[in-house]
Ligand binder design. Structure first.
Ligand code: PBG
Length: 299
């Protein structure tokens, strides 16, 4: 359980807890109920969380302006979570997609992703998250140069102790489908192949990891996990930074769906998948199974 990091979905309102239909057992919570969920997980021994916001369309715009609104839902939730649970480790998400009317992780200009213009926006949201008390920032956007850019903004503003877990090798994957349902964040046009990696390419992961390490990343992440165990091993064997793996929404949904149909033993399949991700070399696993896994250990 100590190696697990639990992703959580935040939604606006009070007393709201809505299950994501493609992720049985995983809910979007309003802040009040999210605090209760964190408390429960904390009692089960889960100490680290990654928070993702779900925004309604009316809050989205081209520039993801809501992402650095210090009074907005997400930044406020970070502050409140850390005020209630100062001892937990809170990771945040740095990317434009939950706030973007285009549904892309970067700024769209003339039908293309504008890398360097996006960095300015990512910098603003990173600073707002760090100010609110985030312990680890997770740039999931995949723009080139963003780790160094964010590191510099954090350091020059007095947040040298805020860590960065870089999505180092994030592949353009079909396994993100349920997550995009959870956040209503699917791209409005095109795909993410111009900024996420080609699943056929393993050597590029080494280039990306070298860049991230030199730009100041504190952790290197591989995503998805199960179809990319070789990449986890590759980075573990070649780098000294801690390696994280993201056992993504589609990997969770597959096991849940099969288990619901009685086609396999869900608990055994969960344990075997998590074990295989550890075996491949992950020091940290981001997984929607975190709570269930922790609960099973208690009974
Ligand atoms: C986007 C983001 C995605 C996930 C985390 N951050 C989806 C995407 O790249 O479209 C996926 C996580 C999951 O599937 O569990 N910034």
């Amino acid at each position: 359980v100590n190696d697990l990091l639990f992703p959580l979905f935040l939604t606006l309102g009070d007393n709201k807890k809505v299950e994501v239909s493609s992720m049985p057992g995983i809910c979007r919570f309003s802040l009040d109920l999210l605090l209760e969920e964190i408390n429960e997980c904390n009692n089960l021994g889960i100490k680290a969380f990654d928070l993702f916001p779900q925004y309604e369309e009316s809050k989205k715009d081209k520039f993801a302006s809501e992402s650095w609104n210090e009074e907005g839902m997400y930044i406020n939730a970070i502050r409140e979570i850390k005020r209630n649970f100062p001892e937990i480790c809170l990771m945040t998400d740095v990317a434009m997609d939950p706030y973007s009317s285009d549904g892309h992780d970067g700024l769209v200009q003339n039908g293309k992703i504008a890398n360097d213009e996006t960095l300015e926006i990512l910098g603003k949201m990173s600073l707002a998250q760090a100010k609110a008390g985030a312990d680890i920032l997770g740039p999931s956007d995949m723009m080139d140069g963003r780790v160094g850019f964010i590191r510099n903004i954090l350091d020059t503003n007095g947040y040298s102790e805020t860590s960065i877990m870089s999505y180092t090798a994030k592949y353009a994957s079909a396994f993100y489908g349920p997550f995009r349902d959870a956040l209503d964040s699917a791209p409005k046009f095109g795909d993410k192949k111009t900024y996420q990696m080609n699943p056929a390419n393993s050597r590029e992961a080494i280039i990306e990891a070298e860049l991230d390490a030199s730009e100041g990343a504190d952790f290197l992440m591989v995503k998805p996990a199960l179809a990319y165990l070789d990449i986890i091993k590759l980075l573990k064997d070649n780098f000294t930074l801690p390696i994280a793996a993201y056992n993504v929404s589609g990997e969770y949904a597959m096991i849940k769906a099969a288990a619901q149909n009685g086609w396999l033993d869900g608990t055994k399949a969960m344990n075997e998948s998590l074990l295989s991700i550890k075996r491949a070399g992950a020091d940290i696993i981001l997984t929607y199974f975190a709570k269930e896994f922790a609960q099973n250990l208690k009974v």
